[in-house]
Design a protein. Structure first.
Length: 90
């Protein structure tokens, strides 16, 4: 059972990472970015700039997801504990 769940998680992540680079996936990401679904930069000088999720490794279970602010060009841990625990490979 555990092996099946682990394999399903990896398969879902691979499908997700492929979908994101399609036109439809990029459009959905843009819509979420514009709505601020991924959060806002914590720096005062960035004035609530929307952030984007990024992974620093493509190796599963190595690093968690971070968020990137395009204004100050820095990486932060997401405020949401659920998002902070997400695998950065996908």
């Amino acid at each position: 059972q555990e092996l099946v769940e682990s394999a399903a998680e990896v398969l879902y992540g691979l499908i997700h990472s492929r979908f994101i680079i399609t036109h439809r996936g990029m459009q959905q990401m843009l819509d979420k970015y514009k709505k601020g679904d991924f959060g806002r930069c914590p720096r005062v000088l960035c004035e609530g700039q929307a952030v984007l999720p990024v992974g620093q490794s493509d190796v599963p279970h190595k690093l968690t997801v971070k968020v990137f602010c395009p204004k100050c060009q820095d990486l932060y841990h997401p405020k949401s504990s659920r998002k902070a625990a997400a695998d950065g490979a996908y």
